[in-house]
Design a protein around this ligand. Structure first.
Ligand code: URA
Length: 428
């Protein structure tokens, strides 16, 4: 005999009531067991979307989703700390960050996802490295963490299965963009992964989930609050996603850019954000005396990257896939590039084949966009502005359509105040 009826829980939230801990624990568990039907959870998700959940309800909801599966127990001597990004265009930061923080002395268990829509997925990017394997068992994750200090792999199916089911339902019922649902979804997976501390990169701007700083602050507060309620030290950084991060957007092109950073080069914004996130992770791990900039410059982070890739069957020295076709977009006039829209570039890369429309679609490893100028750069008429990479040249017109109106070139230019990429910070 079930202790509640789904219809009563839905009615309570529909009428703006607070759900009790018992109601929340039951409804999430019963949904995972198939006792609460999809249409009932769809109605509840919409009631939550419209009426919200307070911080106590959200923490309970997260706990119930963690309890729907297994929690990894990581037995490593080093302090564990992970990073999660809410998703952005050209966001390859995990690739240099995980080995860097490991080279600084922490252990980084990074269970990642694949891309859907205009933001790419870390696993899709890493799969452009010949031989690299995303699926690891819990034992392999533990061993690699102890031996290398960093592992980036696919989430195991037993990790927060309630979230997997609910996320797919939210996707088709227009209930994704709810702060308590997004925050509990992200944190349930990250807490179940077993890391002792967590740094969240909450993206703000056209290429992000959160388009305004107000929405992003509200999500950051909710994420940090859930971490505190579950005893996981959590810090959230709000970072700019109005323009793509770095120059490369796609899969293999992003890996190549991450390797440049690990070798001491790479675009300034990627280096800046990698170091900012590394500093926060090291602070939470009790390693604030280690300077990640020095470790990056020493080459140790690159060595850890090579070991991390080899441990998962990849060849860090192998040539990355090259596109069959490259289309160059030239600057139509001379001027300073004052805007290059992240969302438009993300959609263009996706249409070129770098991303997928449905979960089961394959991705093209060599597809993507290279941004040859960044906002603030001066370009001359006819100078290459963007490079479109694809194996399917028939995709180019749709990518160009996505890019139409996506940038501004202006002669009279007041340089913007350089605010840096980190816009705000919340500590738990
Ligand atoms: N990412 C997640 O993991 N869950 C959400 O709900 C939104 C983004």
């Amino acid at each position: 005999m079930e202790p509640f009826a789904a219809v009563d829980v839905i009615r309570a939230k529909r009428d703006g009531e607070r759900l009790s801990a018992e109601q929340i624990e039951w409804v999430v568990d019963a949904y995972t067991r198939g006792v609460v039907a999809e249409e009932q959870m769809a109605a509840l998700a919409m009631a939550i979307f419209l009426n919200g959940m307070d911080s106590g309800e959200t923490a309970r909801w997260t706990g119930a989703m963690i309890d729907s599966g297994e929690r990894l127990s990581l037995h490593v001597a080093r302090p564990t700390v992970d990073k999660h990004s809410t998703g952005g265009v050209g966001d390859k930061i995990t690739l240099p960050l995980a080995p860097l923080v490991a080279a600084c002395g922490a252990a980084v268990p990074q269970l990642s996802g694949r891309g859907l829509g205009h933001t790419g997925g870390t696993l899709d990017k890493l799969e452009s490295i010949p031989g690299w394997r995303a699926e690891l068992s819990a034992e392999e994750i533990g061993r690699q963490l102890a031996e290398v200090g960093a592992v980036v792999c696919a989430a195991t199916p037993t990790l927060a299965p309630a979230d997997r089911k609910l996320y797919a339902l939210r996707d088709v019922t227009s209930t994704v963009e709810s702060v308590p649902l997004i925050a509990s979804s992200i944190m349930s997976k990250k807490i179940a992964e077993g890391s002792g501390a967590l740094v969240l990169d909450v993206k703000v701007g056209s290429g992000a989930f959160m388009k305004t700083i107000r929405q992003a602050r509200s999500l950051a507060r909710a994420l940090v609050g859930i971490g505190a309620a579950h005893g996981v030290a959590t810090t959230a950084l709000l970072t700019d996603m109005s323009t793509p991060l770095g120059s490369a957007v796609g899969n293999a092109v992003e890996v190549a850019e991450a390797v440049e950073v690990l070798k001491g080069g790479g675009p300034a914004d990627v280096v800046e954000l990698t170091l900012a996130l590394a500093r926060e992770m090291l602070t939470l791990a009790g390693l604030s005396h280690v300077d990640p900039a020095e470790v990056l410059a020493s080459g140790e982070a690159y060595e850890t990257w090579c070991r991390m890739i080899r441990a998962q069957g990849g060849d860090p020295d192998a040539e990355l896939p090259k596109p069959a076709h490259v289309h160059v977009v030239e600057a139509p006039e001379s001027g300073v590039l004052t805007r290059l829209d992240a969302y438009a570039v993300g959609v263009a890369a996706w249409r070129l084949g770098a991303g997928r429309a449905r979960k089961e679609d394959p991705v093209q490893l060599a597809a993507g966009v290279r941004c040859l100028a960044k906002p603030g750069d001066r370009v001359e008429r006819g100078q290459p502005l963007l490079e479109l990479h694809t194996d399917t040249p028939e995709a180019v017109p749709a990518a160009l359509e996505a890019l139409s109106g996506s940038y501004d070139l202006t002669e009279r230019h007041n340089p913007p105040r350089d605010e840096g990429i980190v816009l705000d910070l919340f500590r738990g």
